[in-house]
Design a protein around this ligand. Structure first.
Ligand SMILES: Nc1ncnc2c1ncn2[C@@H]1O[C@H](COP(=O)(O)OP(=O)(O)OP(=O)(O)O)[C@@H](O)[C@H]1O
Length: 282
């Protein structure tokens, strides 16, 4: 596309992650290590959504967790907004926690069933010492187009799409700069998926969010992500602008991936149909 270069929010160089392989513990000596990420280089441009695709077990979630430092890399570096966060301990990471948020795949298991929606969203705000946590939780409910009348409900009283909106509200309430979204629309029906994707697009634009969006669904990736990286066996086999990568895949694996999942070629206007009334939200 050309134009001005977008500053990367994340710069990842030679990222490596290995863990002891507990399935192959020898009688003597240390367990052999399993290499999950094998030297990744990538930039995540600020204000853009980068899709991460690849077969099951290729390391997508592990990469995401290294970015937000839920995992500590065993090699290479992760630089966030100019600071090397690769090996920061819990104390040094504290100032970054607000900026690095995650939305989980299954909101039912990640939302405490005994807590009201207002407390689920306000919880992380209180932990981070944010003033007016309750008011900000209600604002977040508005931003995800659920509305305040959901504040006193419990997760089981909501539909799958509504619960995912609560997950998103919790993710954005702290005003993060980066969100990791790991398979967050996989469990939803197609029309609810489309509404959630439209909401994410709006939030990314309004809040200048940078997002890494892990998904198996290439049509969702094509809709939402300006850039995409393709992983295989702990390595990045292809990266670039989404339209280019899928139009002219350079790596046989990308072509394989593309041919494995049919992409809808026609009329995606339904993706733009968004509810205008909070009561319509699914
Ligand atoms: N704590 C761990 N100990 C040992 N192996 C692990 C651990 N976490 C992940 N792995 C292995 O690392 C590989 C990458 O896992 P990861 O969850 O990152 O893949 P993924 O691409 O996100 O897969 P999926 O699409 O199935 O979620 C897998 O083979 C997994 O079994």
């Amino acid at each position: 596309m050309g134009g001005a270069r977008v500053t990367p929010l994340f710069e990842v160089r030679g990222l490596h992650l290995s863990l002891p392989n507990l399935n192959e513990k020898p009688l003597f000596g240390p367990a052999p290590r399993v290499h999950i990420l094998r030297g990744l280089d990538l930039d995540l441009p600020e204000g853009q959504v980068t899709g991460i695709v690849g077969e099951s077990g290729s390391g997508k979630s592990t990469l995401g967790r290294c970015l937000i430092r839920l995992l500590e890399p065993t090699g290479g570096s992760v630089t966030f907004a100019g600071t090397d966060i690769t090996h920061l301990g819990p104390q040094a990471l504290r100032p970054f926690r607000r900026d690095l948020q995650m939305i989980f795949q299954d909101p039912m298991s990640s939302l405490n069933p005994r807590h009201r929606i207002r407390d689920i969203i306000a919880g992380p705000l209180r932990v981070n010492g944010v003033e007016n946590a309750d008011a900000r939780a209600l604002d977040a409910l508005d931003r995800v187009q659920l509305g305040r009348r959901f504040a006193d409900r419990y997760p089981h009283q909501l539909s799958g799409g509504q619960r995912q909106r609560v997950g998103i509200a919790r993710g954005i309430a702290l005003g993060p700069r980066f969100i990791l979204a790991d398979e967050i629309v996989s469990g939803l029906d197609v029309s609810t998926q489309a509404q959630i994707i439209a909401l994410l697009e709006e939030l990314v634009a309004d809040m200048n969010l940078t997002m890494a969006f892990i998904s198996h669904d290439l049509s969702v990736i094509r809709r939402l992500c300006q850039r995409v990286i393709v992983m295989k066996a702990g390595e990045i086999v292809e990266a670039g602008e989404t339209a280019q990568v899928f139009a002219a895949p350079q790596h046989p694996y990308t072509a394989e991936l593309k041919s494995a999942i049919p992409l809808p070629e026609i009329d995606d206007s339904w993706l733009h149909d968004r509810p205008r009334e909070a009561g319509d939200v699914q």
